[in-house]
Design a protein around this ligand. Structure first.
Ligand code: NAP
Ligand code: G4F
Length: 323
């Protein structure tokens, strides 16, 4: 039985990946940090909270990583832990860099020194491109131009991952994932903020949603589809970096129209107010990925459409709130 260690197991992707690997008959270990109220609700939502083995640790504490790697001796390590909210990264740039940048370096160093045969997956991001594009798209050859402390911390981790592969021959792969969402997406992210807000308005529990830049465009996919790509990257003969995306882009306005129309509301703009607190000091206007490399080499393709994804999220929030 293969063993996988997932950092960030309590987050959205950690939970979907754990479920995916359990279904592939892996023994799954999750690194969890010491916080006052540990939250296993994502794992519970997917029905797997009691199927994962937890190990205490924090990405910023190398001693805890050494203990985890030496104890588990994993075949595969998926580094998903992060301060993952772009907006917060301007308020907490040091914490963001400590966790996302230096934390990744500590984990790579730990694997190199204590269990170098482990295959390593790094959760890189389309944020690293900033507003840079090649013929209107972002792919593996598009130059990076990060525009937030979050994106910069992730670019550091990206290059460290490449460097450990090139310097020490370790199996280290970067998944450059575009935005992916689900019913267990954190409520501060715009898709979930909208699905939750629309469900509350429909049920008479709220009267408006306060948002920032409605013109931003993103390439949004389903987290459940994207975790398969993470796993596929570690099943290749050689480690490599892959863009994972749908290739379709949509604005926040389109997102709002789909979500509100799904609950029978056409005049959605009267429920929206613009709050400057939710605008970013430096914005990414549009992201649209090109997934040709992932399709050709990994045989990966997204399954759920944007519209299906948003409807699923609204339905899940309606269900949750009714309970
Ligand atoms: P998420 O829901 O915010 O989950 C983040 C996870 O990291 C949580 O389990 C959190 O644990 C853990 N964590 C935070 N700081 C930690 C630390 N110091 N030590 C150990 N664990 C720590 O994020 P996600 O959406 O699942 O994303 C997973 C990864 O993919 C992240 O690295 C993110 O930056 C990256 N990414 C995400 C997307 C996307 O669209 N979702 C796209 C590209 C890349 P607690 O429960 O203790 O807080
Ligand atoms: O949902 P968001 O906060 O996601 P963002 O910033 O694109 O980051 C997510 O995807 C990245 C991959 O590209 C990940 F690396 C990262 O970890 C995270 O998962 O914001 C999406 C867009 C932005 O342009 C933002 O300005 O929505 C715009 N927006 C407009 N009003 C808002 C709001 N975003 C949030 N969070 N809240 C608003 O009220």
């Amino acid at each position: 039985m293969k063993k996988a260690l997932i950092t960030g197991i309590t987050g959205q992707d950690g939970a979907y990946l754990a479920k995916f690997l359990l279904e592939k008959n892996y023994k799954v270990y999750g690194l969890i940090r010491r916080i006052v109220n540990r939250d296993f609700s994502n794992l519970e939502y997917l029905g797997i909270a009691n199927k994962v083995d937890f190990v205490d640790g924090d990405l910023t504490d190398e001693a805890s990583l050494i203990n985890a790697i030496k104890t588990i001796r994993p075949d595969e390590v998926y580094n998903l832990a992060a301060q993952s909210f772009v907006g917060t990264s301007w308020d907490q740039p040091l914490v963001t860099s400590e966790i996302n940048g230096l934390g990744t370096l500590k984990l790579l160093n730990t694997i190199k020194n204590h269990w170098p045969s482990a295959k390593f997956y790094q959760a890189a991001t389309s944020e690293m491109f900033g507003n840079s594009a090649t013929d209107g798209f972002q792919d593996e050859n598009t130059p990076f131009h990060p525009r937030s402390p979050y994106a910069i911390s992730k670019l550091f981790a990206y290059w460290m991952t490449v460097n450990f592969k090139e310097s020490f021959g370790m199996f280290c792969a970067n998944g450059i994932l575009f935005n992916h969402e689900s019913p267990i997406r954190g409520k501060e992210f715009v898709t979930r903020k909208i699905s939750d807000g629309v469900a509350k308005i429909k049920l008479g529990l709220a009267t408006e949603i306060k948002l920032g830049n409605l013109d931003a465009q993103r390439d949004w996919g389903f987290a459940g589809d994207y975790v398969e790509a993470m796993w596929l990257m570690l099943q290749q003969e050689e480690a490599d970096n892959f863009v994972i995306c749908t290739g379709q882009t949509h604005s926040i306005r389109e997102l709002l129209a789909i979500a509100f129309q799904h609950v029978g509301i056409d005049d959605w703009d009267k429920y929206i107010s613009i709050d400057p607190r939710f605008k970013r000091p430096a914005e990414l206007h549009a992201l649209t990925g090109k997934n040709t490399k992932a399709k050709n080499i990994l045989g990966w393709e997204p399954k759920l459409s944007f519209e299906e994804l948003i409807k699923m999220m609204v339905d899940a929030d309606l269900e949750r709130l009714k309970k």
